[in-house]
Design a protein around this ligand. Structure first.
Ligand code: FAD
Length: 412
């Protein structure tokens, strides 16, 4: 059976693009959407499963998957199909990375948008297939909001194109179901993305606030006024000291570093909205060099001060302050200290990055922090709304009755 499967795969994509990975696993690299469709049909005929692979930032989830596995990579789908500079739309194959797309767009004065630079090594297919809180920007929204349409191959080898006309006049938007489906509903082969002009100006600013509560309140005051910064981070006193040395702000104070960007007038307006919100919460301007250092680190021009955060939790705007105090209180009660920064502000809230300092019994401290975060209404990284699982299960069963498409994903 394995020999027949190999012959079929080699016939579909060429022998140079099939590699035996393990006795019952093959790495396949199709060069076109039609080849992906053929590989999926082959998987169906041989009782194999299909696991899409982008830049492979995370190892695929294979728990409980006993059937032959086809790890289907997208790196040969690396073309920008069409760039419409008037409409600011870009049709791109799924295997193009964010960085690859930026390289095409930058000389033309365009950009994917102000998304965290750390995500740009991922493929466009992977970015759309996994909807995680890191993939958003206050200025440009969630990454999936930029998806105007997509093409995907379903479990039976059929291809759907969700963008047949400039405006989707009727019916549900099927592209939304594919966003975040981690390859369980279909294999994304190309995406039409909304893109942006590169900003004319970028302003950096830093502010000291009397407390974390005041810093969070000032940030949401500015965001409610519709300020749309390119990036914004709040550091508590301990985190500010770790980043910049002692004396930048007091131990109970907080630091905001912010970047605003766009046409000059708009960038200045956003910066002024943040500054006036800071003043309303009793804050003051701080040395701009602090924001410049942050921006350089964010864009890898300087290393971040380690170690990486021990713990991440998201919370809605109204629960952010409570989650901050609950986590830090729980860590202190477990006998450790901590420092924290808040970033990734988007329409759904923001993320707390907490680092345990000099903690022994790390697992115990983490358990305490998790309990504190949950009690305050926060969501731990990777948590999903399980209440929706029956709908997802029904959709998966209808589209993929034989369980071909990434069966290990979205199950944990
Ligand atoms: C469960 C999970 C949670 C994650 N959480 C975070 C997070 O919170 N923050 C963060 O920054 N990163 C997170 N990641 C890392 C994530 O992998 C990257 O952020 C990025 O989305 C992946 O891009 P990639 O090109 O490396 O895709 P890969 O890592 O290769 O693939 C990621 C997932 O998407 C599927 N996939 C890839 N390409 C396609 C395609 N063309 N069509 C359909 N499905 C496809 C894969 O099968 C896999 O399930 C998470 C990854 C997974 C799998």
């Amino acid at each position: 059976m394995s020999a027949e499967l190999l012959v079929d795969l080699e016939r579909a994509v060429g022998p140079d693009h099939v590699r035996v990975d393990a006795p019952t696993a093959w790495r396949v690299a199709p060069g076109a959407a039609a080849e992906i469709a053929e590989v999926i049909r082959i998987a169906g005929r041989h009782g194999a499963v299909v696991i899409p692979v982008g830049s492979a930032a995370r190892a695929p989830k294979l728990r409980g998957v006993e059937r032959p596995r086809l790890l289907v990579a997208t790196h040969r789908l690396d073309q920008v199909i069409h760039l419409d500079e008037t409409s600011l739309l870009c049709h791109v194959q799924a295997g193009v990375t964010g960085l690859g797309l930026e390289k095409v767009l930058a000389p033309r004065g365009m950009s994917i948008g102000d998304y965290p630079p750390s995500i740009l090594g991922s493929t466009i297919g992977g970015l759309v297939a996994v909807r995680t809180p890191g993939k958003s920007s206050v200025r440009h929204g969630f990454f999936e909001d930029a998806v105007v349409g997509l093409s995907a191959v379903l479990a039976d080898g059929r291809t759907i194109h969700t963008r047949l006309a400039p405006r989707r006049a009727t019916g549900p938007d099927l592209a939304r179901a594919m966003c975040g489906s981690e390859g369980t509903l279909g294999f994304i082969t190309s995406v039409v993305l909304r893109i942006h002009h590169r900003p004319e100006t970028r302003f950096l600013a830093a502010f000291a606030l009397p407390t974390m509560d005041a810093a969070i309140a000032a940030t949401y005051l500015a965001l409610r006024e519709e300020a749309a910064p390119a990036g914004l981070r709040i550091l508590d006193g301990a985190e500010a000291e770790h980043w910049y040395g002692p004396g930048v702000v007091g131990a109970d104070e907080a630091l905001i570093v912010a970047a605003t960007a766009g046409p000059t007038d708009l960038a200045a307006c956003d910066r002024d909205l943040i500054a006036s919100a800071v003043r309303a919460e009793g804050g003051r301007e701080a040395d701009t060099a602090l924001a410049e250092t942050w921006w350089k680190r964010r864009h890898s021009a300087e290393p971040w001060p380690g170690p990486p955060p021990s713990f991440q939790v998201t919370a809605t705007p109204s629960k952010l302050r409570g989650a901050y105090h609950a986590v830090r209180g729980a860590v202190a009660a477990a006998g450790a200290s901590s420092r924290c920064h808040v970033s990734r502000f988007d329409a759904a809230g923001a993320m707390l990055f907490v680092t345990f300092v000099a903690a022994t019994g790390h697992d115990q401290v983490r358990a305490a922090a998790e309990a504190g975060a949950r009690a305050a209404g926060g969501w731990l990284l990777g948590a999903r709304a399980r209440e929706l699982d029956p709908y997802l299960t029904a959709l998966r069963a209808a589209l993929d009755p034989d369980g071909i498409m990434n069966p290990g994903a979205l199950t944990g």
